[in-house]
Design a protein around this ligand. Structure first.
Ligand code: FPP
Length: 245
């Protein structure tokens, strides 16, 4: 599969909605957290595959603002798993020159998770091969609303003239400021929804819904997704003939 990829036409940014941990665990007659634990392997596989190929940004939807509504035991277990994984993976991230970033309302995360994240972000800050962006306590509407609020505040303080506000300026208030829009969005588990993920940023992204549960996801799926992406015609509102001329 890997050989079929055109290295000169890679998406710069891939975003993934990791879905299906719970359902996969059920197929194994195991509790949901077993699925999340195995999901970590898929995180590792996709990060490695993307870094090796030369993808510059990989964003993973790890915890949505809606995920707080899950049973407290599952939320606690997910937060512990995040802390443990982040700690464990720092040497590998550094070895592979991967910089960790986070988007979302991090202020509402438990202290331990915040601390682990902050440490890992600082310790990987010098890496420049690929950015691994974790979306935590994130939702697209939350980000657009907080950006609108900060725009209004800047206008009120006289720091921003509403006349200057265009799409580009507005995007600079989003958590994803400095990160190019994803060109490919993958969701696992067979669901065909975007579930409040990167709503502003996926305006022109190619969407790919794969019928595998997240813990089963591996490097081959990344390769398959990129080949699928490269076989699509991205027109950005133009017609085919304009693209070819
Ligand atoms: C979705 O499956 C998965 C999540 C909400 C959590 C993803 C978390 C991990 C893979 C753990 C570690 C992550 C990192 C970045 C280190 P689901 O629980 O919604 O599955 P279901 O739809 O089958 O119930």
């Amino acid at each position: 599969m890997k050989d079929k990829i055109d290295i000169n036409r890679l998406p710069k940014h891939i975003a993934i909605i990791m879905d299906g941990n719970g359902r996969w665990a059920k197929t194994q007659n195991q509790p949901r957290i077993f699925g999340h634990q195995h999901g970590v392997n898929a995180v590792r596989e996709s990060t490695e595959a993307c870094a090796e190929l030369g993808i510059k940004f990989l964003t993973l939807y790890a915890f949505s603002t809606e995920n707080w509504n899950r049973p407290i035991t599952e939320v606690d277990a997910l937060m512990s798993l995040l802390i443990e994984t982040i700690h464990q993976e720092i040497p590998t991230l550094n070895k592979n020159k991967v910089r960790l970033k986070a988007i979302g309302d991090l202020s509402k995360l438990p202290e331990g998770t915040k601390k682990a994240l902050k440490e890992a972000i600082a310790l990987t800050d010098q890496n420049d091969r690929m950015d691994l962006v974790l979306a935590l306590n994130y939702s697209g509407r939350w980000d657009i609303a907080q950006a609108a609020k900060r725009v209004a505040e800047d206008v009120k303080k006289g720091m921003l003239d509403p006349e200057q506000l265009d799409e580009h300026k507005f995007a600079s208030y989003l958590n994803t400021n400095g990160i190019p829009d994803p060109e490919l969005l993958i969701r696992t588990s067979g669901e065909s929804r975007v579930s409040n993920f990167l709503l502003w940023e996926i305006a022109y992204a190619e969407l790919l819904f794969l019928p595998v549960f997240w813990p089963e996801f591996n490097k081959e799926h990344i390769y398959e997704a990129i080949i699928n992406f490269q076989n699509r015609e991205r027109r950005f509102g133009k017609i085919s003939e304009q693209l070819n001329s």
